[in-house]
Design a protein around this ligand. Structure first.
Ligand code: ADP
Ligand code: SF4
Ligand code: MG
Length: 345
């Protein structure tokens, strides 16, 4: 078949490139607040009622296109990890849909779900907790691809390839994880995730536990891997400075909701939402290698009883009566730029 005929018979190729590889539609996740022992006894004796529910994620719509890096930013407790776990298929949403390559996870066969689970890998903050201390680096990297029969040929060069790709010297692969620094361990963790040949990485605070100089190296590694392997990322961080250089688009989250979403340049140069603007206020620094942002003023309200209307109103310098009563919708304010604030009309 000629190339042009092949293209004509496969019109979905161009559509696929533009279509989101991952899409969240009106995703919500509620948790029953965790009662402590005294509360459990009181509830058991009917002396107290279970506490209310946490809306960790509240009606989120997000799309991530093939090859794109979407940064997800917000203060601790706003629901980033919950959203990341839902995106990775580790945690089911309470309601709403998660689509991988256009297919709703809820309607996937077991086989399709299994394939999607391998396609999307998660890299966590604490590489030590993720690595089995009784296994060598080599065993750690080989374990999952061996179990899923992905190694076509001898195991050693397979493991070496992924270690090398992650910037870890394969000569050290017979050692144990505790013999290495945090940065080296995170490289092993990355090699382990890559070894199952994923297409999408959910990085949840993946550099937060590392020294600032090592953070930059690991971020550069993620950027290189994006080029060489064509990976797509959901890059979760509480630190705007971390997502600034790696993200194509940035979504800002506040108490379970996305409050602003735009191209990275727009977020940093033309932010619209007062919360984003508060996150962007910088700590003056002499060195200019990495921007540092100061914490947002005012306390983050409890997600157990979020403020009425716009959740941000108690901390917002522009809040009005309407803000206390009515939740603003996330609306497009410019092409590709969405914001949820009554100041936009
Ligand atoms: N398994 C769980 N059970 C109960 N509450 C949870 C659970 N996981 C997260 N939460 C709550 O959901 C909210 C969002 O948490 P999380 O997604 O970890 O936020 P972030 O990653 O932004 O810090 C928090 O209030 C947290 O206490
Ligand atoms: S809706 Fe009101 S309270 Fe919320 S961010 Fe906009 S101005 Fe501030
Ligand atoms: Mg988290």
């Amino acid at each position: 078949m000629s190339a042009s005929l092949q293209q004509a018979s496969n019109p979905s190729a161009t559509e696929m490139a533009a279509a989101p590889v991952l899409e969240l539609r009106n995703v919500t996740r509620k948790f029953g607040a965790r009662p402590d022992l005294a509360e459990r006894i009181a509830i058991g004796l009917k002396l107290a009622r279970p506490r209310s529910v946490v809306h960790a994620v509240d009606g989120v719509d997000l799309k991530v296109k093939v090859g794109e890096v979407l940064g997800l930013v917000g203060e601790s407790g706003c629901g980033k990890s919950t959203l990341g776990r839902i995106a990775a298929g580790i945690l089911p949403p309470s309601s709403g849909s998660v689509l991988w390559k256009g297919q709703d996870r809820a309607s996937m066969t077991q086989r399709q779900r299994h394939a999607a689970d391998l396609d999307i890998q998660m890299i966590f903050q604490n590489p030590m907790a993720a690595l089995n201390p009784r296994m060598t680096i080599s065993e750690i990297v080989a374990e999952a691809p061996r179990a899923h029969r992905l190694i076509d040929g001898p195991e050693e060069p397979y493991v070496d390839r992924y270690l090398k790709m992650s910037g870890f010297d394969p000569a050290m692969k017979r050692r144990f994880s505790h013999q290495f620094s945090g940065g080296q361990r995170q490289r092993v963790n990355i090699a382990r995730a890559l070894a199952v040949q994923p297409e999408f990485l959910v990085c949840d605070e993946s550099v937060a536990a590392l020294d600032v100089s090592i953070q930059a190296q690991v971020i550069n590694l993620f950027m290189d891997l994006r080029e060489t392997l064509g990976l797509t990322y959901l890059f979760v961080s509480h630190d705007l400075g971390v997502v600034e250089h790696i993200s194509d688009r940035v979504a800002i989250m506040y108490l379970g909701r996305i409050v602003e979403e735009a191209g990275a340049e727009d977020i940093f140069a033309r932010s619209n939402h007062p919360y984003t603007q508060a996150l962007l206020s910088e700590i003056p620094r002499i060195e200019t290698t990495k921007r540092r942002f100061s914490p947002v003023k005012g306390e983050l309200p409890s997600p157990l009883s979020p403020p009425s209307g716009c959740h941000f109103h108690p901390r917002c310098p522009h809040a009005t009566k309407r803000c206390r009563e009515e939740a603003p919708l996330l609306r497009e304010i410019a092409p590709g730029h969405r914001s949820a604030c009554h100041l936009n009309g």
